[in-house]
Structures are given as C-alpha cells and as structure tokens.
Design a protein around this ligand. Structure first.
Ligand code: SDX
Length: 393
C-alpha cells in the first residue's frame, strides 16, 4: 500500500492546489501578489487596493476602488449580541483565543452568506470578514484592558479606522499621524497573503468540505497562532527582550545552533525563502520611519539589527540559508505604535484575512476542487484479535 503515495512530512514538496494569487521565488527572495512585486505594492498601493487585487485578480480603477471601499465599510459594525461572547472570556485571555472563538461565532450570525456555491453569498461573506476583523480585533484588546468597545468610523481609511478602534476612548479621539497610518497600512499589505502557508492551507482544507466560511477563517486563525507561524512576531520581541543588550547576542546564537537546545531564533528561517524575506526588508525600513516619527530610540531595534548582522555572518546560518522573516522586525514597529505584544499575531490575522478569503474563493471556483484528504504511512500494529479482558496484559 505504501507504494501508492508519497510520504512528504510537512508537505515540503507537495503542491496541494493550483493558484493564480501569490508567487514566491524562495531562492531570489521574491514575492508577487497577482504578478506585482511586494515592494511596489507596499510603496504605491494601500491595503484596500491590495485586498481588491487578491480577491479579484487585478488592481482596481478609481471607481472600482470606491465601490469596494463602500462595500467593506458597509459591514464594519458587528451584531450587538456578539459583545456577549467577550464577557464569557477571562480578562487575561490571550486575544488570539478570543479571535478564534468570536470569528468562529460569526458563523451563527449570517445565514444569508453560507451557500458557498453562490458567488454573491461568497462575496458578502468576504466583505463581512474583511470589514469586521478590525472591529473584532480591537474589541478583544478593549476587553482585556477594561475599556468600553469603540464603534467603527467609516469616514476613515481602513488603517486609520483600526487605530481609532484600538486607541480612541469615549472622552478622546485618537488621531494617528499620516506616517503611522501609512505604517499600519504597510504592515497589513506585507502580511496579506503568502501562498500555501500553514494557516492558508488550513483554511483551504477546512473549506474543502464545504464548511461555513467564518468557521474556516477561525480555523486559519487557530493555525496562525503557533510560534512557528504567525505567533513568531510576539515570540521575536520576547526573545529580543530576553537577549537585552548586544553583548548577549553570541550566547543566544550559540543556543540557537545547539541541537540539544530547543531554542531557535524567532523571526528567522523560512520553509520557502532561502534568501532574505523581501517583507523583512520593507519592514526594517518602516521601523526606521516609525521610530523617527515618534522620536523613540528603542534599544531592541539596535539589538535586532546587530543580531541580524552577526547571524548573517555565522557559518551555521549561512549554510542553512536562514534569514530574517516577516516576523523579525514587525514587533519593533508595533510596540512603538503602542500595541501590546499579545496583539501582534492578531494584527497578522487581521491582515491575512484578505489572503485567506481570496484563497478560499479560488478553491471553491476551481473545477478540480475535491475534499482535502491526505493519506498516511501506517506504522501501528498489524491485524490482531481481541482477547477477553481477563486474558489481556
Ligand atoms: C511565518 O510559510 C509561510 O509562508 C509562513 C509566513 C507567512 O507569511 O504565512 O511567512 C509567516 O510563519 C514566518 C515564520 C515564522 N516562524 C519563526 O520565525 C520561527 C523560527 N523559525 C523556524 O522555526 C523555522 O525556520 C520555520 C518554522 C519558519 C521553518 O521551518 P522548516 O521549513 O520546517 O525548517 P526546519 O525547522 O526543518 O529547519 C531547517 C534547519 C533545521 O536544522 P537541521 O535539523 O537541518 O540541522 O534549520 C534550522 C533547523 O534546526 N533552523 C533554525 C531556525 N530555523 C530553522 N535554527 C535556528 N534558528 C532558527 N530560527
């Protein structure tokens, strides 16, 4: 039976689908969304245009963009009853735990967008998910610090609205500077899609059974949470704090190289990139802009850059082609912007929602789509017969 299929742990060499959305050349360190380089998208487009691109295949014209933004903002509020879910969580619950629960709970609210064979219903579900994620994410934060929930403002951009939801209070409205609004938008763009990573594959696999779209995205959020995936941004900042000063770096490099030590450099290495992750480069540049704008000099940024410099000159990292990934510098920017580190992965989930939905839609429209059903190599006992209970052992 083993001859019938290939054993490929971690699916390192198995293409699970055909896709027209995102292209990665891991050797060159190149990333394209629908053919457009990530560097150009980061510089010349906003996140709403990127969402449109991922969903519909090309950048919008001005009027297409206007319609799309209208479609998204129309759905930014959440059902008032959804608030009750938050009260069921402990105040110290990790916001990713809340996200998994609350986004999954959306599947009980929208019965008019669950016929996944109907493109119109899929579109409404897509709008709803992109629109409500900032509201739901900020509510998780507000709940954790005991502040009242903030209502969305549809006159603001997607990113400015999110910053408002996070940091405004009833007695004072938060007004982000254009640099911070831009940085937020850039972070969303950089995280929007990354072909068949673990969480996207989870969304596709869950969706392949015809499952409810909101429940599929909740499954993606659960997968993203792990420290080997989206959880690495939180773990990377924790690591930098633990390292503290540049003179400690060599100790941690030695730990990362030690096979008997489970420690790994967080925000380093990638299954596909065997070169610099292009998103990390853009992120490093953005970190400069944000820290300058805020007049913050974060010693952890210096530690991060020194860690990168030393690692990239070290034989172990050179030989294994380990470079900084998207999660290495994002925490520095997010921390400077006032986000607690428990929200870092939530921001990743918020931004990745557009990619998850684009991939989910593409899968459903694919005529060759079948339920995902990997096989296994069975290594358990061969056939045997049950003994009466007093004869066992
Ligand atoms: C994301 O897939 C995506 O596209 C994900 C993502 C996206 O946008 O969706 O890009 C987002 O998840 C980024 C990755 C975030 N995770 C981390 O930063 C955690 C630290 N990195 C790793 O644990 C690891 O590099 C992975 C999980 C990212 C990749 O894992 P792989 O492909 O299974 O590689 P591996 O763990 O088998 O590593 C290969 C070798 C091993 O050594 P050997 O057994 O061959 O001797 O490289 C070593 C590893 O021990 N290695 C590291 C290391 N990463 C890999 N050694 C020290 N520090 C590290 N960070």
């Amino acid at each position: 039976q083993t001859g019938m299929f290939t054993y490929d742990p971690g699916f390192a060499s198995t293409a699970s689908c055909e896709s027209k959305i995102t292209y990665i050349d891991g050797d060159k360190g190149e990333l394209l969304y629908r053919g457009y380089p990530i560097e150009q998208l980061a510089e010349q487009c906003d996140y709403m245009e990127v969402c449109y691109l991922l969903l519909f295949g090309d950048l919008p014209t001005a009027s297409e963009k206007e319609d799309f933004v209208h479609g998204v903002t129309y759905h930014t509020m959440v059902h008032e009853q959804l608030k009750n879910f938050y009260n069921g969580f402990r105040r110290d619950a990790h916001p990713m735990a809340i996200m998994v629960g609350v986004v999954g709970a959306l599947s009980a609210f929208y019965h008019d967008s669950t016929d996944i064979r109907d493109p119109k219903q899929r579109l409404i579900a897509s709008y709803r998910l992109i629109a409500k994620m900032p509201t739901i994410a900020a509510m998780a934060y507000k709940y954790s610090i005991g502040q009242p929930f903030t209502y969305p403002r549809n006159d603001l951009s997607y990113s400015a609205n999110f910053l408002h939801l996070m940091f405004s209070v009833p007695c004072e409205t938060y007004h982000p500077s254009p640099t911070l609004e831009r940085a937020m938008d850039l972070i969303f763009t950089l995280h929007a899609d990354h072909e068949q990573n673990a969480s996207t594959s989870t969304v596709r696999l869950a969706g392949s059974s015809g499952a409810n779209p909101f429940a599929c995205i909740a499954a993606g959020i659960a997968s993203l949470w792990g420290p080997a995936h989206g959880g690495a941004n939180e773990a990377a900042l924790e690591m930098l704090e633990e390292i503290g000063t540049p003179d400690q770096i060599q100790t941690y490099i030695a730990k990362a190289k030690d096979k008997d030590d489970p420690f790994r450099l967080m925000g380093f290495g990638h299954r596909v990139y065997k070169n610099y992750d292009p998103r990390a480069k853009v992120m490093q540049k953005a970190a400069h802009a944000v820290l300058d704008e805020l007049g913050v000099s974060d010693p952890l940024f210096e530690t991060a850059r020194e860690l990168e410099r030393i690692a990239l000159e070290d034989e172990y990292f050179i030989e294994k082609k380990l470079y900084p990934n998207v999660d290495f510098y994002s925490g520095i920017i997010l921390k400077a912007m006032g986000f607690p580190r428990s929200m870092f992965t939530v921001l990743f989930a918020l931004a990745r929602t557009s990619g998850w939905i684009a991939q989910w839609n593409e899968m459903i429209e694919d005529p060759s789509q079948r339920i995902g059903r990997p096989r296994q190599l069975y290594t358990g006992p061969t056939r045997r017969d049950i003994k009466p209970i007093h004869e066992r052992g």
